[in-house]
Design a protein around this ligand. Structure first.
Ligand SMILES: Cc1ncc(COP(=O)(O)O)c(C=O)c1O
Length: 399
């Protein structure tokens, strides 16, 4: 058929689908996905496994990334969301109903707590807090539906008794959801951890961190091993219209081959910086799960059998260093940039007023201002030098 110029521009003669083999999988961008005919339209299974019907439900690009993340984490079914936080929120809004009880560790990722507080005030969900290093404080009632886990906590880096908590949740028929961003599927297998082959039910992962690795792309995942759970999550994902960009998925896909190398290098760099930090007088406490006196160290050792510990280290300044002094320290750093997040090439620093962030009395933590270092891919000797220079700027305020 002869086409007018305008139509010919749109319906060009060369069609996609003439694949060549490339290192990276082809990138699909789609809102509309074209059905071959009405048979294909009426036989579509958008609620089933990874069928193609509309851009929000997925494309080969997003399914390829999801498959890879599920494989890295040791799970089976996957959903991708536009950020780690949206993955967390999806789990909360999928499984919590009015009157249900949800349990969270006191060191939970702050915006998760904010979302749960929102659900509490709007929908009557009851939020209960347990001490991440004392599994006995998890005391579910018959209303409990969901237990959140973080291993390790992303600011104070306590490693919880995953074995004890998951067993107790199982005994009470409570779903377990692990924020797996720190372990990233590399420090331990959340779907088969410990020699007892325990498994959490759901993992969420801020792919923004190690899988992206660039400090530039936001994304989250939800991984399960159970088809029924996945379908519940899938329906919630679909009705909420959650979708990710194919371009973003392709960028993360491109970073995956180097993810383990980056993770292990950042883990090693962090240990080098950690050793030096421990020798410094300015800090009353240095937090990292590999330290023998770290809260939850024994649990870390049992679960993270390869000795990985991601790139996060926190320090608590001695109380004589007031807010102005610790701010000066942060502002004096040069290689470390002041910013949220982690897992990218550039080392980051963040200052926290710990006392304002916790519900329980945290006797395992010293009083003082907390600074978290996220170790990037720079040489650790340069990072140590940077911290040393910033510490020299400090004058303790004797009270
Ligand atoms: C432990 C943890 N979980 C989830 C998130 C949320 O990820 P995103 O920034 O992609 O929303 C973060 C972000 O800092 C995090 O630290």
């Amino acid at each position: 058929m002869d086409k007018k110029f305008q139509t010919a521009l749109i319906h060009a003669p060369r069609k996609a689908g003439q694949y060549i083999e490339t290192i990276q999988p082809p990138l699909f961008r789609a809102s509309t996905i074209i059905f071959r005919n009405t048979d294909a339209l009426f036989n579509r299974h958008w609620t089933d496994d990874y069928d193609y019907s509309y851009g929000t439900h997925g494309t080969p690009t997003t399914f390829t990334l999801g498959d890879n993340i599920a494989q890295i984490e040791g799970g089976k079914y996957h959903l991708l969301t536009p950020s780690g936080l949206s993955a967390i929120n999806l789990v909360n809004s999928c499984f919590l109903y009015q009157g249900d009880e949800v349990w969270v560790p006191d060191n939970i990722y702050g915006p998760n707590m904010e979302h749960l507080n929102y659900l509490e005030s709007h929908y009557g969900i009851q939020v209960r807090v347990y001490n991440p290093i004392d599994a006995a404080t998890f005391q579910p009632t018959e209303k409990a539906k969901l237990l959140w886990l973080e291993a390790a906590g992303s600011i104070t880096l306590e490693f919880p008794d995953l074995i004890g908590l998951v067993k107790k949740a199982r005994a009470h028929n409570i779903l377990t959801a692990l924020d797996n961003t720190w372990g990233a599927g590399l420090a331990f297998n959340a779907f088969d951890f410990s020699d007892e082959h325990l498994s959490v039910d759901i993992t969420v992962h801020a792919l923004t961190k190690y899988p992206s690795g660039g400090g530039d792309i936001l994304m989250g995942s939800i991984i399960t091993q159970d088809k029924a759970l996945h379908h519940k999550l899938f329906r919630t994902h679909a009705v909420q219209g959650i979708a990710i960009s194919g371009d973003d998925a392709a960028q993360i896909q491109r970073s995956l081959p180097s993810m383990q190398l980056r993770y292990e290098q950042q883990s090693r760099n962090a240990v080098s910086v950690l050793k030096w930090l421990q020798t410094q007088n300015a800090f009353i406490q240095v937090l990292h799960p590999s330290l023998p006196d770290a809260p939850g160290h024994a649990h870390w050792k049992k679960i993270c059998t390869d000795g990985h510990s991601a790139g996060l280290i926190s320090v608590i300044f001695r109380p004589e260093y007031d807010l102005a002094a610790v701010r000066k320290f942060c502002d004096s750093l040069n290689l470390f940039k002041l910013g949220f997040s982690w897992g990218g090439p550039v080392s980051l620093v963040m200052l926290y007023k710990l006392r304002e962030m916790r519900t329980l009395e945290n006797t395992h933590l010293q009083q003082g201002l907390l600074v978290r270092f996220c170790i990037g891919l720079e040489h650790p000797e340069d990072l140590i030098q940077d911290i040393q220079n910033a510490l020299k700027q400090l004058q303790p305020q004797h009270k």
